[in-house]
Design a binder for this molecule. Structure first.
Ligand code: PAF
Length: 277
């Protein structure tokens, strides 16, 4: 695995890769690498002759400076974990390389708005689609890999590809889950011991809820379940909803739906989604 930081080095390497007609698989990350990222890279390796991974903590997708500053930065460890995978290239750009004209974000996608994370993190997806568009224009990969943990994000990226006419296949990869059944996430690494206890209780409750929903379809009162979460010290819930996984509309047909959740354990935001079929 070669590591580069300079935009010019990336350009030179991509030029020679393209000359040799190798297919390029791109995995974009913000670091704090976990098994979820590693599975995306494995998938990219299995289906491309050249695999490029990036680590770039994108400032424009955070809702405030504090959240950006406190995002886990674990570069040394990340490199160690990535080295064991032996893919081709790791690119670590600086903010100026990606945003030479300043931290401007564009609103290009209009679908899937004012629901789920877009409702509670206004502007977040504009930051995501802006940075993904920048990387797509620089790299022009054949395939790019994203995890279903960020389900709405993948919807936005698919829309971006349509709108900007990128000739890139977006490969959606299933979440990698921990032994509790929750999706792995970089933010979860910030949970301390007592917060982890709450997380475990949450996982347990969700598992039971999903079993119940599957048995009784959606005739389950999610409002009661949400109220109940205060008993385990979860007091801030952005959303807890069942939505159609195709169009993200609220649905009562479990055969096509997922349970989407975003809530806080203290100040740590947990997001996840669970298939109901
Ligand atoms: O999912 C993420 O880690 C980020 O949103 C992404 C896609 C790397 C863009 O910064």
């Amino acid at each position: 695995m070669k590591i580069i930081k300079k935009a010019q080095d990336l350009k030179n390497i991509l030029l020679s890769v393209k000359k040799s007609n190798k297919s390029i698989g791109l995995v974009l990350t913000m670091g704090n690498i976990h098994k979820g990222h590693l599975s995306l890279i494995e998938e990219a390796k299995a289906n491309n002759r050249f695999v490029l991974v990036t680590i770039f903590i994108n400032p424009t997708q955070f809702n405030n400076q504090k959240d950006y500053n406190s995002y886990p930065k674990t570069l040394e460890n990340d490199v160690k974990k990535l080295q064991s995978l032996s893919f081709d290239l790791l690119y670590l750009p600086e903010v100026n390389d990606i945003y030479p004209k300043g931290l401007i974000k564009k609103k290009s996608v209009t679908k899937y708005r004012n629901i789920l994370c877009d409702k509670f993190r206004p502007g977040h997806f504009d930051g995501v689609t802006t940075v993904v568009d920048i990387f797509f224009n620089i790299v022009k990969p054949n395939n790019s890999y994203f995890g279903e943990k960020d389900f709405q994000q993948v919807k936005f990226i698919n829309e971006l590809v349509k709108i900007k006419n990128h000739k890139i296949n977006i490969i959606e990869c299933a979440s990698i889950r921990d032994h509790l059944g929750m999706s792995l996430s970089s933010r979860n690494s910030k949970l301390n011991k007592s917060q982890l206890e709450i997380f475990k209780k949450l996982a347990n409750k969700i598992e039971k809820l999903i079993d119940l929903i599957k048995q009784k379809n959606t005739k389950i009162k999610l409002e009661d379940f949400k109220k109940d979460l205060s008993k385990i010290n979860i007091n801030k819930i952005d959303y807890f909803e069942i939505r159609d996984e195709e169009n993200l509309e609220v649905s009562d047909d479990c055969s096509v739906s997922r349970l989407f959740i975003a809530l806080y354990i203290d100040k740590i935001r947990i997001i996840d989604n669970f298939k109901l079929y």
